[in-house]
Design a protein around this ligand. Structure first.
Ligand SMILES: C[S@@+](CC[C@H](N)C(=O)[O-])C[C@H]1O[C@@H](n2cnc3c(N)ncnc32)[C@H](O)[C@@H]1O
Length: 374
């Protein structure tokens, strides 16, 4: 697989990159007029306007969407992840829990934070319209809450988290977080080293010692594997498409692909070379606690009855075979051959997915900068 053969250039203290290509990149990024700088600026604007332009659709329309089950699956996975991290944080002491939702979007995780009984939430996103919708959802949630329920306090920030320092925008300048959650967002920052580093800084610098940085991001290895197996520069199916501009060479930063998913997403994204991400996180005193593919995470969590029950309640898997003819998500029967195969054996197995679940932890000893990967 090509990505594995890419040389990782260690980042020295102070963020300067060693090696020929690293030096060149640094030089280009310092030059305001260089093409890479121009592209970087355009990209953020494009992402913001894409997400700003997405219409809020009602439940009925969402349930007719071909990505209904996929969305529910992702939400189930985030619910389990958030629930388990909150349990761990509480088990270790702090009764007052503060969370940073980095790239909060329209507030898709607000309910999860409510269920988790947190005390303070800061939501940040580059897309101003999404942040406004997130805030309205929160206000609505507060209005409709039970008299005895104490809903968390919240602050909403519109900011490009790959360029701006979030800690300077906090209402409470002393605020420290127990958790930073960055769901389906971090890959936008891998456009350049500076952007990836700023996003990481925002995620980690206000974490309490021992605090968690959790997130989900596409699996770059899987994307490259599928690209290399394709006859063209793209791959996908009726529902999603991933297109690259070239193949065979994959730069550590700025390795762009276009991801389109039904009517929901159509934006440039960037491969996150995970060993480099992990290395960069060490500079912020973060050690990797766990990293799983969605399929692995699913296999582990589904063993527990309460996770299974939640999965059913959230309708997180598409039933196969579908009771109503013609109601399957994909028209092509080819998409269901793995399910058919499993049905023939011991029963339906998990869907094919290609996303990482990640969890980093800040060192309880703020001075100690050496960590081991787990
Ligand atoms: C796929 S959505 C995920 C939203 C939310 N985390 C969730 O799981 O529902 C990606 C989000 O990342 C945000 N985003 C992308 N680049 C960003 C940046 N540079 N700074 C802050 N947010 C960014 C987008 O505006 C969008 O809301």
């Amino acid at each position: 697989m090509e990505l594995q053969s890419v040389r990782t250039e260690p980042v020295k203290d102070g963020g300067e990159r060693k090696g020929k290509s690293g030096t060149k990149r640094q030089h280009e990024d310092d030059d305001e007029t260089s093409p890479s700088k121009k592209q970087a600026t355009d990209h953020s604007v494009k992402v913001a306007s894409h997400y700003n332009s997405l219409q809020e659709v009602g439940l009925a329309a969402r349930s007719r969407s071909r990505i209904f089950f996929m969305r529910n699956f992702n939400n189930w996975l985030k619910s389990v992840l958030i629930g388990e991290i909150l349990e761990q944080v509480r088990g270790e002491g702090p009764q007052q829990v503060s969370v940073l939702d980095l790239g909060c979007g329209k507030g898709g995780d607000l309910l999860k934070w409510r269920r988790g009984g947190i005390n303070h939430l800061v939501c940040a996103d580059i897309a101003g319209v999404s942040v406004e919708q997130c805030q309205s959802r929160y206000e609505e949630m507060k209005k409709k809450s039970h008299v005895n329920e104490k809903i968390f306090n919240a602050q909403f920030i519109t900011a490009d988290c790959t360029k701006e320092v979030l800690s300077e925008k906090l209402d409470d300048p002393e605020l420290m977080f127990d958790i930073c959650s960055c769901q389906f967002v971090y890959h936008y920052s891998f456009e350049s080293e500076q952007k990836a580093d700023m996003m990481l800084r925002n995620a980690c610098e206000r974490l309490r010692p021992g605090g968690f940085f959790i997130g989900t991001t596409p699996d770059a290895f899987e994307l490259v594997k599928r690209l290399e197996a394709s006859d063209s520069l793209s791959f996908g199916n009726e529902v999603f498409k991933v297109s690259f501009q070239s193949k065979g060479s994959y730069p550590l930063f700025g390795c762009q692909y276009n991801f389109s998913l039904e009517d929901v997403v159509n934006v440039p994204e960037f491969l996150v070379y995970f060993p480099l991400f992990e290395h960069m996180a060490k500079q912020y005193n973060m050690r990797l606690v766990s990293k799983h593919r969605f399929s692995e995470y699913f296999e582990e969590k589904v063993k527990k009855e309460h996770h299974r029950r939640l999965m059913m309640k959230m309708m997180a898997l598409e039933p196969f075979p579908c009771e109503e003819v013609g109601q399957q998500t994909a028209d092509s029967q080819q998409e269901y051959c793995h399910a058919r195969e499993h049905c023939g054996r011991a029963g339906v197995k998990l869907p094919v997915v290609s996303t990482w679940y990640l969890c980093f932890r800040k060192s309880p000893d703020a001075e100690n900068k050496v960590f081991f990967c787990m």
